[in-house]
Structure formats: C-alpha cells, structure tokens
Design a binder for this molecule. Sequence first.
Ligand code: PMP
Length: 469
Amino acid sequence: MADRDPSLGIQAQAQAGSNSRIIAAYRGRTARSAELAATAQSLLPSGIAHDSRHVDPYGIYIDRAAGPHKWDVDGNRYIDYFGGHGALILGHCHPEVTEAVTAALTRGTQFGASHGAEIEWAKAIQRLVPSAERVRFTSSGTEATLMALRLARAFTGKDRLVRFMGHFHGWHDHMTSGYSNHYDGSPTPGVLDSVARANLLLPPGDIAAVRAAFAAHDDIAAVILEPTGSSFGQVPLSAEFSQELRALCDAHGVLLVFDEVVTGFRATSGGAQAAFGVRPDLSSFAKIVAGGMPGAAVAGRRDILDLLDFAATEAKGREKIGHPGTFNANPVSAAAGITALGILAETDAADRASATAARLRDGLNDMLAREGVNWAVYGTYSGFHTFLNPEGRKIDPTAFNAAACSMAELKSQPKQLSARLRLALLVHGIDTNGRIGGFTSATHTEADTVETIAGFQGAIHMLRDEGEL
Ligand code: PMP
C-alpha cells in the first residue's frame, strides 16, 4: 500500500492496504471502534481530539482502564504505554487518587473562589521542586509555557526567545515552528510571521550555537527546553548541556526555562532539575502535576512570578501581567494533584517506573538481536523509543547509542513501516504512541514486560510475513 494519499477518495483509501493481513487482523478485532470512528469522522476533524491519536485506518476507542491496562469497546485488553500522554505515572485509577477525586467531586467542581486545596497543591509541588518559590496554576501545559515565556519577556524587558529544534512546548503561537516542521523558523499556518521570527531556533545540544546566539543578540529574554531532550529524550540531551546553559544564561542575564511538562515528577520525583542539579528560573509543569486530571502550573523565582502579584507590582511601579483562567486550580484537579504528588514524594514510584522501563528496553533489545532486526529500543528514565533505523545502518540493538545519532535520523520514521508496526502491536495488545514509544508507570509489572516483549516479537513476525521487514 502507498502511504495515505490525499488525492485518493475515502473509498480508495479504504481499499488501499486491503491486502494487508495486519490491517485485516486489526479490523477483525476492532469492529466497534471502526463504527465509532466512522461516526466521529462526521463530527470531529479527522474524527479525533488530539493529533497524536491519529491512526491509519482508525484508532481504538477505550471503554475503561485500570493500572497499566486499558480495554477497548470491543473488549480487547491493552498494556498501556501511552500513559495518558505521560500523566499516569501511577497508572490508571490509582485507588488513593480516585478516592480523593471522588470526595472532591461531591464538594463541588468550581467555586469561583479560592480554596484550601490550591495551597496544599502548591506546597506539594514545592516539597519536590525547591525552585518553585511561587506557583501559578493554569489549565494546560500549553498555558504554562505561554505564561513562563510572557513572564520572561516582561521581567527582562527583552523580546527574543531561544528554543531548540524538535522541542515541544505546546501549541501556542510562539512555539509551533520547528517542532516537527518549519525548522527554518517560518510560521506555521495561522501564526504571524513576526511572532515566529521572534524565536531563535537552534540545533538541540549545540552549546556553541547558544554561545554564538548570546554573543550576537542582546535582546534574548529566555532559553526554553525539554531538559532531557525532545519528546522525553527521543533526541537525548545530557545533564551537562543544561548545566552549561545555566552558566551561559547567568553570564548573559538570560532566563532559563525548563519545560518539565513531561519530565516533572517523572525523571525523578523532583523532575529533570533534581536529576541534573540545575535550578531553572522558571519551570512549566502539567500531566503528572494534576494526577491524571486536567491542570498545570508555571513555577519559579519569586521575583519573576511577582509580575502576577497585585501588591508586588504596585510596590515596584510595574504593570501587572493579567492572568485569569476559569479552571485554574480547579478543586478536583487539585485533589488529584495533591494525592499523586504526595505518593511520589513518599514512595519510590518514579524510580520503579524507571526501573521497569530499563528492563523493558533491555528485554526488547535482546529480542531484536535474537530476531536479527536492525532496530533498537532506547530511552531514559521511564520512557522508551524505537529506532527504526531509517538509513539502514548496521547496529547492535543491545549497544545502541542514540546520542551518537543525528536528530534527523532519530526523528525520521519510515511512514508505512511504523504505521504497520503500530497496528501489529495493537493486534498483540500493546498500545504505544505513534513513534512506537511510550511511558511506563509504577503499576507495570514484570508480567507486563514479558508479555510486551512476546507481543513485540509477534508484531515483527507479522511484518515479516507481510514483506515489510
Ligand atoms: N510541553 C511539553 C514538553 C509537552 O510534552 C506538552 C504536551 N505533550 C506540552 C508542553 C503541552 O502540554 P498540554 O498538552 O497540557 O497543553
């Protein structure tokens, strides 16, 4: 089958790939999902609510989830590595989180007023992340990075932002170019040219490029990055890079913003900043911070977040940055967040999730080596990524070093191969993200690891039968 061709009609697209046994097996197990997807197409663009849920020919529809597993509307059970886009380090429906959320629901979901839980929530963040001298809650990670960057510009009185190719910081106008395209910094559709061009887009990990940018421009407000590398280390970055950035930022009066939306409370319970020993000026948190509910926060230096403070700005004769937001710190998310962060502070949940991912990566690489497949599974902490070797290099999966590969090589995925692999994994009861990677939680067990390795092997056999490998 050719890759999806926009010039083909829907009928022709359905027929294309009709000789694929993988697609047939997938369709055979997911009839109810197919029906729902067909209806969704008439209501939602592409039938979905988030770009990364786009699956060809259609994605699974989930009915319920528990711990590391989820079940689709056809009754199939999956080992879940999507992990709520990274939010679910404690797995689905953690009993204590569920109890806290249920109790909060009965007391009300929106008070239009302050409440005690937002104070406890901020304390729970501060306990794990000492750089969070002040916390302002938002509803999403996108809003948290948007506010972090606005704070940085207002605080420094400078306009330009430095960011890195491939790093994702949400979908607001300043951060769309250079994530998966527009690496030349040109605007994506609907974004103002002047906004896109106010960023300096640099190659990730290239400290010389940062040094040169700092030397050439005296109007840089901040550097923002995913500290462990884009997409939770798909293109890995070292601790040294962040440490060198910290020193350069200090020397040039530039603020350092850690986007810890994914790494926060996951890389370690104190985030990447604890792992790297780097204290950023500002951090953005989402996902785990709200315990599996919607919610996020920007946190950091008091003097910077004072720009959101009525009295502090008045005292300094500064104009306050406005910040409303109907569901900021909503009490149900607060209850989930407090409980989840409490568990992460008091247990080894984050480390257990990381240890499970390490065993999974090792086991998958051993299996790939046994099968003679020239791919590798790599990653850090509780994440994994599959290198599908687009250039067909000779590699040993058990000794693969992602840091030695270029961003282009790590990010590029043979389109049809990865799409078929994804479906073949789903047929084997394994749900990964579209890049064939994902997150482990503290609830994934050794049995899940063994089943995943066997399922991945089964998926490889299906690909071989189909002539994809
Ligand atoms: N930053 C990073 C590093 C992310 O991974 C994400 C979401 N995947 C965001 C920001 C945006 O968060 P949200 O989806 O909550 O807007």
